[in-house]
Write a new protein. Structure first.
Length: 60
């Protein structure tokens, strides 16, 4: 199954509570931190919520 590599590129300061909670749910705590998650619709939705704060790539 494909996976997503998600990296936080910008600060969560100034974001809404929902965006901060989404970053926490993804397991991201600081700028430059990277996590690998399964490519599922729930994870894609979380990434789309904070797309302006993260970058992501699909890995096999």
């Amino acid at each position: 199954m494909a996976q997503l590599k998600v990296t936080q590129t910008k600060s969560k300061i100034g974001g809404t509570a929902s965006q901060r909670a989404t970053l926490r749910s993804l397991g991201l705590h600081r700028i430059g931190e990277t996590v690998v998650k399964e490519d599922r619709p729930e994870i894609r939705g979380m990434v789309n919520t904070v797309i302006h704060l993260v970058k992501f790539e699909e890995i096999k």
